[in-house]
Write a protein that binds this ligand. Structure first.
Ligand code: KIV
Length: 275
């Protein structure tokens, strides 16, 4: 059964935790979908984990559309959320609606995500009114890394915490169907989750959220540049891949790969005529 905005709304009511992971390609999305994930986010984190940038700011609409299309081709049941890249929605409500529309028309994804609180409520309202579900994103919003002065936990002072609660209420009022809470104290995330009616999806925001999201390269130990405190390695796929690559290199050098079973046959009399 396809996950929809109605499904996740019901999951919050039932206390059924919502699961979300990022994916950026067909094969990974297919595996996640078969595993039963509720939502797949094609995050602009692809700038860091797929393309090797230092942050997400260089990611373009074309990058996002390309990867979102691949994920949609691999997904049957999960809701696919396309992440709106830096400067695809900040400058104007018009840009926001046009670019959100491109995600839906050109990729087949089911919703879009954008970062920010009260400041982007006009965009959330206009996109929602165009019939496109919007997931909001509060706390450590990586597209504002330069304004934050680095990737830091947000909402620790009374003023900052109050602003996050107000922003959460504002994005709900503007029509967002869910919100990612990134890198904020667990107790504050729990309070926000209890205050608003729409589902909260946490990353570095503790167990009190209505769901969780992780970047898949982080949770499979595929990304080794750094490991944020909130990441748990659910499998060491990075080591398994490295072992596989080493085995391949060894066997090709030794001449043990390819073996008979990996090779194609031709009748000897045909080959002899060619010599
Ligand atoms: O881009 C991304 O992957 C995200 C998640 C970390 C929520 O925004």
């Amino acid at each position: 059964m396809k996950t929809t905005v109605a499904t996740v709304r019901q999951q919050k009511k039932d206390g059924d935790k919502i699961t979300m992971l990022t994916a950026y390609d067909y094969s990974t999305a297919k595996l996640m979908d078969e595993a039963g994930i509720d939502m797949i986010l094609v995050g602009d984190s692809l700038g860091m984990v797929m393309l090797g940038y230092e942050d997400t700011l260089s990611v373009t609409m074309e990058d996002m559309l390309h990867h979102t299309r691949a994920v949609c081709r691999g997904t049957k049941n999960a809701m696919v959320v396309g992440d709106m890249p830096f400067m695809s929605y900040q400058a104007s409500v018009y840009d926001a609606v046009v670019n959100a529309g491109r995600f839906i028309k050109e990729t087949g994804c089911n919703a879009v995500k954008l970062e920010g609180g009260a400041a982007v409520c006009p965009q959330i309202k206009a996109i929602t009114e165009a019939g496109i579900p919007v997931m909001a994103h509060l706390g450590l919003t990586p597209q504002s890394v330069n304004a934050f002065g680095g990737f830091k936990v947000q909402g620790k002072s009374e003023e900052a915490a109050r602003k996050l609660v107000d922003d959460a209420k504002a994005i709900q009022e503007a029509g967002a169907f869910a919100v990612v809470l990134e890198c904020i104290p667990s107790k504050l995330a729990k309070l926000i989750s209890e205050t608003i009616q729409i589902p909260t999806i946490g990353i570095g925001a503790g167990a009190g959220c209505d769901g969780q999201v992780l970047v898949y390269q982080d949770m499979l130990a595929l990304f080794s540049d750094f490991k944020p405190k909130f990441v748990k390695h659910f499998a060491d796929v990075g080591s398994a891949m490295k072992e596989g690559f080493e085995g391949y290199i060894r066997e090709v050098k030794e001449g043990t790969f390819p073996a008979e079973e990996h090779s194609f046959k031709i009748a000897d009399d045909i080959i002899e005529k060619l010599y």
